[in-house]
Design a protein around this ligand. Structure first.
Ligand SMILES: Nc1ncnc2c1ncn2[C@@H]1O[C@H](COP(=O)(O)OP(=O)(O)O)[C@@H](O)[C@H]1O
Ligand SMILES: [Mg+2]
Length: 346
């Protein structure tokens, strides 16, 4: 299914370019995710001491929280190389061969969106993960024979926005599973300050906080909002980002005071106005908003769920009182059966 990127204030390829420029290179430059970073530090240290490749690692979590960052930081820490590919690019086992034959001892193979790798490729990779070996079938029919090929010992790092869609044999072959969480406002403010320095843009602490509060708990969003604000400050002011300038820049980008963007509000408006607040299925919402349902469930909903704008019920998505408030609407009264019993709470 075609996937669309969340619409940000900056085109996606610009965002990717800045992702690479602003991405931390070492574990100590990674902000937040302390527990994950500590476990990885231990794993890296053990791998060096024991002279063994790092065990295979799976990162999961919504987009923009640092999965690729962790995957690219680890080979730097280990002093080894990395090859990058993604699930949808691997349509058949042969697509994996160039990567597997290029491996160096202890190097990293990173597969992004690993849940989208076809089953045949998944099965082909199992012996590579377990015994650093692949089985290649030569010829067809009666004359077919299998040859086994040994590989260099390597580390597979997988990233997924949907760990639930990964088959359990695949999941079980990873030694470490790390789930990335949304970031606190303070952590995002720190990222914004560090990255404005990288962009040679002066920023006040209050402005960094304003950007952080309006970045959906997500470093990639913070980077793209910082990038927009930097351009705004350069174009209309003297280049320095103050709190007022940050506020004006984000208002102009139609990012509201809670940090929700046009797509978030469109989602909530559709759920409330067209579907009476739900419950409604994600497919129906996606069709109405004209976005891929993957975009809704991978990129828009995780933050709305976490901030309790919506909940998920067995019958579909439901708008919470906070969703009504943020859109300036009045939340419906609770249904009679949900009303507290008189006298129960007084
Ligand atoms: N923990 C972090 N500390 C500092 N910056 C981060 C962190 N996580 C992500 N970023 C920034 O956000 C951008 C997007 O992160 P990325 O690793 O590409 O997310 P994902 O792969 O999960 O979609 C990175 O380029 C980096 O600049
Ligand atoms: Mg990524």
């Amino acid at each position: 299914m075609a996937r669309e990127k969340v619409i940000t204030t900056v085109p996606a390829d610009e965002v990717q370019k800045h992702d690479a420029a602003l991405r931390p290179k070492l574990l100590k430059e990674v902000i937040g995710q302390r527990k994950v970073a500590e476990r990885l530090e231990i794993a890296v240290c053990a791998s060096k001491k024991l002279k063994e490749p790092l065990g295979h690692i799976l990162f999961d979590g919504p987009p923009g929280l640092g999965k690729t960052t962790f995957a690219t930081v680890l080979p730097n820490e280990l002093g080894t190389s990395i090859q990058l590919t993604s699930g949808p690019a691997l349509s058949k086992p042969a697509d994996l061969l160039p990567f597997l034959t290029n491996l160096e001892e202890g190097s990293v193979l990173f597969i992004d969106e690993i849940h989208r790798m076809p089953r045949v490729v998944e099965e082909f990779i199992y012996p590579a993960m377990e015994d650093f070996r692949i089985d290649i079938v030569l010829g067809e029919g009666m004359s077919a024979r299998t040859i086994s090929m040994n590989l260099k010992r390597f580390t597979l790092i997988g990233a997924t926005t949907r760990s639930g869609m990964l088959s359990s044999p695949m999941r079980d072959r990873f030694k470490m599973h790390e789930h990335l969480e949304f970031y606190s406002v303070e952590e995002l403010a720190q990222i914004v300050r560090i990255n404005s320095a990288k962009l040679n843009t002066p920023i006040t602490d209050a402005a960094a906080l304003e950007l952080a509060q309006r970045s959906r708990g997500t470093p990639r969003v913070a980077n793209s909002r910082l990038y927009w604000t930097r351009n705004f400050a350069a174009a209309l002011h003297d280049g320095k980002i103050t709190e007022d300038i940050a506020r004006d820049a984000l208002d102009k980008a139609e990012v509201d005071r809670e940090g929700l963007d046009k797509n978030d509000r469109k989602y909530l408006e559709t759920l409330i106005d067209l579907y009476a607040g739900g419950p409604t299925g994600v497919e129906a919402l996606a069709a109405t908003i004209n976005l891929a349902s993957d975009t809704l469930s991978d990129e828009i909903e995780p933050y709305l769920l976490r901030e309790q704008y919506i909940t998920r019920s067995p019958r579909g998505r439901v708008a919470m009182p906070r969703a009504y408030t943020v859109l300036g609407k009045i939340p419906p009264r609770p249904k009679p059966e949900e009303k507290p019993q008189p006298g129960l709470f007084d």
